[in-house]
Design a protein around this ligand. Structure first.
Ligand code: 2P0
Length: 312
């Protein structure tokens, strides 16, 4: 048996939409931070028939079945029991598929002795879920043209940002990211504007991170997040991932910014709000978010490492 762990990542520059054709290639470059405070733990072992246990319950997941079928076109992989669990809400906009496929591919590579490099593991993980390519690496990670290979831009020690996740719901989302992206690409009149402006945002964010320029990073990251949600809202049917707690958290973060705190907000395909801030701002941000009526809890995380196997 092999056990691997991987952490979710939060995109500061968002991926939403795919290129046509095979390989699950994103339509937009993305840039993320890998988080240490939440983890997926996945074990794999040879078994009579493929079996998936998700958070303690035997489950069927077509994405995982398709992923195994794709891998088996290239590698000799026996039937496997995959036992995977998250210590955070699954399918609720906390990038569980990112850490899930990163942990799964890391475990399969070791268990089946595939001998793949981290870059190749990431390439396979991307085919399971594009954001998973980023969770193979720690710190600040890019996924962009021309190769669409994830790459660590800076390790976690480069800039010790904190992320406070304001959890506003533990309910699984109504529309998966994969479905949502197709709906947006096919129906939103803003889709071309989204893809045309993404490369500039990506470059600005990389520059801001290199220079540890919080104000510039905050500006471009909030813009990327809000543009993605404008795209979601302008899709037909509209993809509304926010709830009352999301709006409360966004308003509070804006207020904290006006008070001079180094903090910005970003949201994904779910109602949780992630407040990214400097180490010194974190206690005040945490206290302010915890005091809001519709916030269930606040998870405080720092930047963390990439996916690894662990001894059993
Ligand atoms: C991101 N998200 O960059 C964006 C922001 C959600 C919002 O990547 O279809 O689960 O499996 O490649 O990676 C979520 O999408 O989608 C995602 P697939 P994935 O983090």
């Amino acid at each position: 048996m092999t056990v691997a762990i991987a952490h979710p990542n939060i995109a500061l520059i968002k991926y939403w939409g795919k290129q046509p054709g095979p390989g699950n290639l994103p339509a937009t470059p993305s840039l993320s931070v890998t988080l240490e405070g939440m983890r997926t733990t996945t074990s794999v072992e040879p078994w009579g028939v493929d079996t998936l246990v998700l958070n303690g319950t035997e489950s069927a997941d077509p994405k995982i079945s398709q992923f195994l079928a794709l891998l088996r076109q290239q590698f000799d992989i026996p039937p496997l029991k995959i036992d995977t669990s998250n210590d955070f809400p699954t399918g609720a906009g906390l990038a569980s598929s990112a850490s899930g496929f990163a942990a799964l591919m890391t475990a399969i590579n070791a268990q089946c002795e595939l001998g793949l490099s981290a870059c190749a593991i990431s390439g396979w993980a991307r085919q399971g879920s594009a954001s998973a390519a980023r969770s193979v690496f720690g710190g600040f990670v890019s996924l962009g043209a021309p190769n669409w290979e994830a790459k660590q831009e800076f390790d976690a020690s480069h800039w010790p940002l904190n992320v406070l996740v304001a959890v506003t719901s533990d309910v699984r989302k109504h529309t998966s990211s994969t479905q949502g992206m197709t709906i947006s690409a096919n129906t939103s009149p803003y889709f071309n504007a989204w893809t045309e402006t993404a490369a500039d945002d990506f470059q600005s964010a990389k520059d801001a991170i290199r220079h540890k320029d919080f104000e510039s990073l905050a500006k471009v990251a909030e813009h990327s997040s809000m543009k993605m949600h404008a795209l979601m809202l302008s899709s037909q049917p509209a993809l509304i991932y926010w709830n009352a707690g999301s709006l409360e958290a966004l308003a509070k973060i804006s207020e904290l910014q006006s008070d001079g705190l180094d903090v910005f907000a970003t949201m994904d395909a779910g109602p949780q709000v992630k407040a990214v801030c400097t180490e010194s701002a974190a206690p005040a941000v945490s206290e302010a978010l915890n005091a809001l009526p519709n916030i269930l809890r606040v998870v405080h995380t720092r930047l963390g490492p990439g996916a690894t196997t662990v001894a059993v």
